[in-house]
Structures are given as C-alpha cells and as structure tokens.
Design a protein around this ligand. Structure first.
Ligand code: ATP
Ligand code: FE
Length: 337
C-alpha cells in the first residue's frame, strides 16, 4: 500500500511516500525567508508553501519510483500549526485525493512526531505498548503515555514555553540566527557544561516551565555584557554548553519521575529537539545505568517531515479511519484529538 504524506504545519514543506511501513522518499523544503526575521512569519510561510508544494510532491513521487496512480491514500497534517500554512497542505491533499479518487487521511502533527517511531527501517527499534514518549519540539513539551497507536494520554506538559522555544530564545539572546537550537547544540560540543549555573524551575513532578530560564539567561547575559562587552564572544561555547546542560537535566529529571510514577521503562523521544546530541547521549546512558529501553528517532524524523505524517496515514488506513472531504484544518489540536 503506497501512501503519500504531506506536511505543511509550520515553515517546512514536506512530502513523503511510504510503502507499507517503509519510507521510499521524504522530501523537505526548508524556508529560508524567516531567518532574517528571527522567527517564522506566518504570511511568508503560507506563501512559500504555495510555491513549494507542487514541486515537493512531484519530487517525492518521482524519488519513490512510482506514479500517482499507485497511491492508495493521501495523508496530510490537519493541525496543530499555523492556519495559513495548514490550509495549503489541506487543500492540496483534498484536491489530489479527489482527483485520484482515493481516500483522504487527516493526521494530527503531534501524533506524527510520536508515531514516527513506527517507521520500519534498518536499525530502527519499534516500541512495544505501553511506552512513554517525551515530545520536545518548537511548540510542545509533553510526556505522553502511548497505550496503542491511537490511544494516548498526556501525563504532563509545559505550563509556558516549549523546550524548542527555550533553545531558540536563548540563542536569540546570544545573537545567533533562527532557529538557534541546532547552533547551541553545535557550540555546546566545545564548551564546559558546568561553566555557568542556572536554576531549575519549581513545578509539578511531570510539568515543565521554561520561561523563567529564558529570563534568567537574558539577565545573566545583560549583566555580564555590561561588565565586558565581549562576554558573549569570549564565552559562547561555555554559555551554550551550560544552557543545554540545564535543559537536558530538566528533561532527564522529568523522565525519571515518569518512570517512577508509571513503572514503564520503554522511553521514546520525539520532535525537533530530539535531534539534540546531548539528550540523545543521556538517553543512551539511561539504558546502561537505569535499565530503560530507549527509542531515539533517526535525525530525518525528528524535525518536521512528511514521513511521520505518511506513517500515521498508513496506520489509519489499516484501521479504515478515513477523513471526510469536509474536514478542515485546525490550528489548535490536542495530541489526543
Ligand atoms: P510543533 O511540532 O510543536 O508544532 P515545530 O513543528 O515547529 O513545533 P519541530 O520542527 O518539531 O517543531 O522542532 C523544531 C525545534 O527543534 C526548533 O525549536 C529547533 O531549534 C529545535 N531543534 C532542532 N535541532 C535541535 C538540536 N540539535 N538541539 C536543540 N534543539 C533543536
Ligand atoms: Fe513539529
């Protein structure tokens, strides 16, 4: 069964073809227009999706070595995301499905991040139910218990900023371009994680809060720059390593709390921040030290991509869970919806 997946929730236009559980193509067109604004500009994102969607879909189908008539379903991201961006993918998916006379499959983007773990690939480990997934992305930070492909429960989440925002906003304070998360990761490799200490937020055992950390970092940088205008340049790698260390410590602590509360030791991570080298390393160590079995997605399935949308579409297809053509994009959508 060939399924085409389309992802357009934020600033990446992506299309993928999967054959049963295997990915045949996964094309991602990044939008560079946003870098100079220090964040995603919704109107520009929507326009860029309109420009990219046809060539990206064509490329995904060509790379898969199939033709449109081989497709058995069209999966698309219904939400959550930017309305103007979601509309492009939604309308395109509907027209294509209608034109080909095949089923339409609506996909929840956050379920996509989690269920990317069900892509069958060499070297990939598929988690057994129930398992815990720490979803860490640009807009979400949540601990989800997955009892079945479509039976999920949020055990805890952030009460303010998402962890990706914490990375990106910290990077912005340091004068790094958007998105700064990968850059902090890169500089942190050369730095001392204990060089500077930041305090951790006091919230519930399974809750997160990152807005206080951001303010702390802002004051810390402002104060030091006042004393030494070259403070950032001279200490960049140490600052990055310290910020990253603080964030990863928080994430690991919350996972430990979750294992203690639920007794579940199958632990997955998902979302853009799961590309972070430190969290990946720490999770691997947890296998050795605490007896967890951990599931770390391949890099190409961490940040937004259509393969994760296609796999959810495929799972829904097997369930005969098709979308009605009256389905509409939804900017706010819970992972459990
Ligand atoms: P959501 O999925 O919540 O709607 P999103 O789709 O915008 O949000 P993703 O594409 O999943 O988010 O993730 C993007 C985020 O991941 C950005 O904040 C980016 O900085 C962060 N990120 C990517 N790579 C790394 C890395 N190596 N280290 C830290 N953060 C990273
Ligand atoms: Fe995402």
């Amino acid at each position: 069964i060939y399924i085409l997946g389309i992802e357009s929730s934020c600033d990446d236009t992506s299309a993928a073809v999967i054959h049963n559980g295997k990915v045949l193509s996964n094309v991602v067109a990044n939008q560079e227009v946003h870098a100079k604004y220090g964040g995603v500009v919704p109107e520009l994102a929507s326009r860029a999706h309109q420009q990219h969607i046809v060539p990206v879909v064509q490329q995904a189908i060509a790379q898969a070595g199939i033709t449109k008539s081989d497709l058995r379903g069209i999966a698309f991201t219904r939400g959550p995301g930017l309305m103007g961006s979601l509309l492009v993918g939604t309308s395109f998916a509907k027209s294509l499905a209608l034109g080909l006379n095949i089923p339409l499959l609506d996909v929840n983007h956050m379920q996509g991040h989690v269920l990317a773990h069900f892509i069958e690939e060499e070297g990939s480990k598929i988690p057994p139910f129930p398992f815990i997934c720490l979803t860490i992305s640009g807009g979400h930070t949540q601990i989800v218990k997955i009892s079945n492909h479509f039976e999920m429960e949020v055990l805890g989440e952030t009460i303010d900023d998402a962890v990706g925002e914490a990375f990106d906003k910290s990077a912005k304070i340091l004068g790094l371009p958007y998105p700064g998360g990968p850059l902090i990761d890169k500089y942190a490799k050369e730095g001392n994680p204990k060089a500077f200490a930041f305090t951790q937020p006091k919230v519930g055992d399974l809750e997160f809060s990152f807005s206080g950390l951001k303010t702390q970092i802002l004051y810390f940088v402002q104060k030091n720059v006042k004393e030494n205008p070259n403070f950032i340049e001279e200490n960049l790698v140490d600052i990055c390593a310290s910020i990253q260390h603080t964030i990863v410590e928080i994430l690991m602590k919350k996972l430990k709390n979750t294992v203690k509360q639920t007794g579940i030791k199958h632990i997955a991570i998902a979302g853009g921040v799961s590309a972070n080298s430190e969290i990946r390393k720490r999770l691997q160590l947890a296998e050795k030290h605490w007896g967890w079995t951990t599931y770390i997605p391949k890099f190409q399935y961490t940040t937004d991509n259509a393969a994760m949308i296609a796999i959810v579409g495929y799972l829904k297809y097997l369930n005969n869970d098709f979308a009605d053509f009256s389905v509409s994009a939804k900017a706010r959508l819970k992972v459990t919806e």
